[in-house]
Design a protein around this ligand. Structure first.
Ligand SMILES: C[S@@+](CC[C@H](N)C(=O)[O-])C[C@H]1O[C@@H](n2cnc3c(N)ncnc32)[C@H](O)[C@@H]1O
Length: 255
């Protein structure tokens, strides 16, 4: 199967750089997706994607894998909260935070709640980005289900959500802290002067070269002393190469 040709077509058509992904894993996944849909060649699949908007969306959802939840790995969020209180907030009244690859917004809104708890008078700015514009629209609406908020403390649910039918709506004061924007971690420029960058459960899909470039760019985007918070399976073994020191298991400090 000519997946290289498919990758070139996807880059041209969707602006998504599949060669950045771990190729064996990606090829296995695309092959099994095609089998599930019932197409037997790349040409047939491209023809289907050209004419069927639903299949295009299904393909994009499949590639981007947007599984998320509030306070994913709650104990690590507790750790982050302690670091914010001990390291960043004593010196900065307003933190500039980036939630990179934020999916439906559960991650940046979790950060908003934490900041509101520990620094209610701060003027914090959370920029939340993702490659997927459909998901960003969902994030802006701020409507969640019970499974999305299963890790949220009971007192936070009553403080920061309104129940509407079987949905939970995030409160306006937390919404106001977050600005959503489309951004591709592989192809787009990075902003800088961040106090905290949170990037979890996305670089795991990328190959080592792309990961190196992303960590290098995160380091350049952070202020000295700023923190990088990664996913629970994403320890960076060569963090020194990017100018970081270890602040705790999944948090790195820019030197
Ligand atoms: C598994 S979710 C992680 C969400 C959240 N960070 C978390 O840990 O719960 C991965 C997200 O990465 C986004 N993504 C995939 N490739 C990306 C890229 N090249 N640039 C930016 N975001 C990307 C997807 O759209 C998806 O929303």
């Amino acid at each position: 199967m000519d997946l290289i040709y498919f990758e070139q077509w996807v880059l041209k058509e969707f602006g998504i750089n599949l060669s950045a992904y771990k190729s064996n894993q990606l090829h296995r996944r695309i092959t099994s997706l095609m089998a599930r849909i019932g197409v037997s060649s790349v040409d047939e699949y491209i023809a289907l994607l050209k004419k069927d908007a639903n299949q295009r969306q299904r393909f994009l959802d499949f590639i981007t894998i947007n599984v998320t939840e509030f306070f994913r790995n709650p104990e690590i969020f507790d750790d982050l909260q302690k670091k914010l209180v001990s390291e960043l907030l004593p010196f900065n009244r307003s933190l500039k935070v980036w939630s990179a690859a934020c999916s439906i917004g559960a991650e940046p809104y979790s950060l908003g709640m934490i900041l509101n708890e520990v620094s209610p008078n701060g003027r914090h700015n959370i920029i939340a980005t993702d490659i997927d514009s459909t998901i960003l629209e969902k994030a802006k609406r701020g409507e969640y289900t019970a499974p999305d908020i299963k890790n949220v403390k009971r007192e936070y649910i009553s403080r920061y959500f309104t129940e509407k039918g079987d949905k939970y709506l995030i409160s306006d004061n937390i919404k106001k802290m977050v600005t959503f924007m489309k951004h591709d971690l592989i192809l787009d420029k990075y902003d800088n002067n961040f106090d905290l960058i949170v990037c979890r459960n996305v670089v795991i899909y990328f190959n080592q070269d792309i990961k190196n470039t992303i960590y290098e760019k995160f380091s350049n985007s952070l202020k000295k002393g700023g923190l990088l918070f990664v996913g629970a399976t994403e320890s960076i073994y060569n963090y020194r190469d990017y100018g970081f020191e270890k602040a705790s298991t999944f948090i790195y400090r820019k030197l």
